[in-house]
Structures are given as structure tokens and as C-alpha cells.
Design a protein around this ligand. Sequence first.
Ligand code: NAD
Ligand code: TYD
Length: 364
Amino acid sequence: MLLKSPIVVTGGAGFIGSNFVLQWLAEQQTNVTVLDNLTYAGNLENLTSVEKDKRYHFVLGDIVDGGSMRQLLDEQRPGAVVHFAAESHVDRSILGPAEFIRTNIEGTFQLLEAVRGYWSELPTPQQRAFRFLHVSTDEVYGSLTPTALAFTEETPYAPNSPYSASKAASDHLVRAYYHTYGLPVLTTNCSNNYGPHQFPEKLIPLVVLNALKGLPIPVYGDGQNVRDWLFVTDHCDGIRTVLERGVPGQTYNIGGRQEMSNLDLVQQICIVLDELKPTEKPYASLITFVKDRPGHDRRYAMNTSKIERELGWQPRETFAGGLRKTIQWYLDNPEWVEHVTSGSYREWIDLQYEPSSLTGAAKR
Ligand code: NAD
Ligand code: TYD
């Protein structure tokens, strides 16, 4: 029933948000309004394929601007808000945490206030059916030792980076709006995503694009930090499942049960590239160990039994299949890459890595 209402998607021009909007329009019938302020990570090219779809609307706006958020809700009358908008890159949060506090904490607070005002004036049946779904991360749980059990929804929060601390704060606010005001909220905590449209400051697209240019592939520390990878469409599918069947006030872990070390992952990317775009030397020869990220979490792993058992969700894509599709997408979309790797992307790379990354050394 809920999935028959129009929805508002914050951050819908970013990596996961745009994949979610495309999936929604392909599989659901209802209108989607994307609200995004188009930071360096927001890109309307991610949504070009639906720009003529009458069910899709784009609104340029900042979640920190609570008055405009309330106006948007009053105009669009959504049955749900799916909240992706955030500053999302750990390394940027280390170099400049202020924007993370502003968007992830203040922005989520302002959005919650706007949603609470709108929701409290809805007629009772619509109030009961309404959902606010907050998209969060496994990073709020902190770091695991190599043999520790995977994170469950009961694992205490222990964020270690300004990014994860700001996401943890936003999760707590969302929780409080359920307990204090009865706002029907849902929170999903997901592991590392990969797939088309990911901004190439994140590991997988950065490795693919550096390799194609013959630049060093920077691996932080000893390369033994472990992440749990999930193909982005499986995450989007999980969010739709939680929206439809999740119990208000509950949180749901989403993950791929695909743990691997960064070095292992980078080597796999190199092997796929050797096959799809062979060069004289194997791409793995470009792998370069660089200075570690401060406070670098050693391992993330997600126990996803709750969403599997209670809501019947499971990832569909294998890691090998998802990785190949992702690499192929970057090979097939040089224009998208060209557009996002000019301007502010260049500035970031110069700030984060030694000159043009050619020495392979991370700054800091
Ligand atoms: P992204 O950085 O690619 O996209 C973020 C989007 O939010 C961009 O379109 C940006 O323009 C928009 N935005 C930023 N600040 C805004 C503001 N103040 N007002 C309106 N829009 C704003 O991020 P992503 O990787 O797509 O992540 C989306 C969400 O999923 C985030 O909340 C992130 O914490 C969460 N998440 C990401 C991952 C991952 O692996 N990428 C994993 C788990 C959870
Ligand atoms: P990232 O994609 O930034 O995601 P997150 O920090 O949110 O997990 O990084 C994934 C892993 O890859 C993380 O352990 C840091 C590591 N990494 C590198 O080794 N080299 C790089 O250049 C980058 C960007 C990340």
C-alpha cells in the first residue's frame, strides 16, 4: 500500500540515491521528487535517463533549510521520505569535518522537524501509513577485530571518524523522533556499496580509473583492512523492502556477506581489467602502499539475519558479477567519467594525494 504513494528522495542525485530513483521508477508506479543541493557528489547526469519521465521531479534545495523542506512536503504530499542526503566520504571528513556536522546532523535535524510538522497535520490513515526512512551505515558500529562476530542491530555504537560520528548522531535523532513524537521512522545500516555512478574518490572507481590511466593504485596501510561489499541495486532493493514491510522504530542491517581485505579487492579489480582492457604490464604492478588513514577502522562485517528472516530480503548479485558490471560501466561511460573528474575532483586529488598521485604517497 505504502509503495503506491509518491515519495521524496533526499540526495537522489548522488551514487546510491540515483540508483534508488532509477530502480523505483522501473519497478513502482508512483511519483518521485528528488531533493538535492548538488554538491560535488551530486550529479544530474545520473538521472538523465528519467528526466522526461512525468513521474520524476527534481528540486534543488538544501536539507539544512527547514522552511523550504516543509514547503516541499506541503506541495508534494509524499507518503514517504527516503533520506540519502549526506556528506559521505571518510577522508573528506578527516580533512574538513564541519560540512559533515552541518549536513549530516543539522540537516537531518531540520529535515526531521519539517517532516514532523507535515506528518502531524496529515489525516489519521495517512499518518499511520507514512514512513521516514533514514539511510545509514555500518560505520556507526566502529571497528571489529579479525575474528569478532559481525555487527548486529544490537551492537553498541562506537564511531571513529567524523563521518561515522555524524551519521551516528543522525541515527540517534531519528530514533528519538520515533520515541518522543511517534514519527514512523525506519533506519537501515548498510555496508560498503559499489556499482555505477559512484564518485571516483571512493576505493573501487578510484582504482579502476587510476589503473586505466596507468597511475599508482593507492592502498592505505598494509591493505589488510576488511570491508563487506554490497552491489548498489541490492541495497536499493533492501531499502524498498524495509519501506514496504519494516516495522516503524526498528533498524535493519543490510550487507553483502562479502568480506574481503582491500588488497584482495584491488587485486580482483586488476584481474578483471587485465581481461577487459589488456595492457603490456598487469595492472597489479601499479599497486602502491601509501600512508594509512588516521583512525582507519580495521574491519566491518554485517550480520543481516534480521532483514533476511523478518522481511525476506537477500542480495541477488554475486560479488564477481557485480564487480564485472561495475568495471564495465566505467569503461562504457567515459563522458560521465570525464565530467566528474574535472574541476573539483582534481582539487580533491591534489589535496589528498601527493602531486598527481604519481609518487603514490598519501598526504596527511
Ligand atoms: P554521495 O556522496 O554519492 O551522495 C550524496 C548526495 O547528497 C549528493 O547527491 C549530494 O549532492 C547530496 N547532498 C549532500 N548534502 C546535501 C544537502 N545539505 N542537502 C541536499 N542534498 C545534499 O553518497 P552515497 O554514497 O550515495 O550515500 C548516500 C547515503 O547512503 C548517505 O547517507 C551515506 O551515509 C549512506 N551510505 C553510503 C554507503 C556507501 O558505501 N556509499 C554505505 C552505507 C550507507
Ligand atoms: P572508501 O571507499 O573510502 O570507503 P569507507 O572508508 O567508507 O569504507 O574506502 C574503502 C576502503 O579502502 C577503506 O578501508 C579505505 C581504503 N582505501 C584505500 O586503501 N585507498 C584509497 O585510495 C581509498 C580512497 C580507500
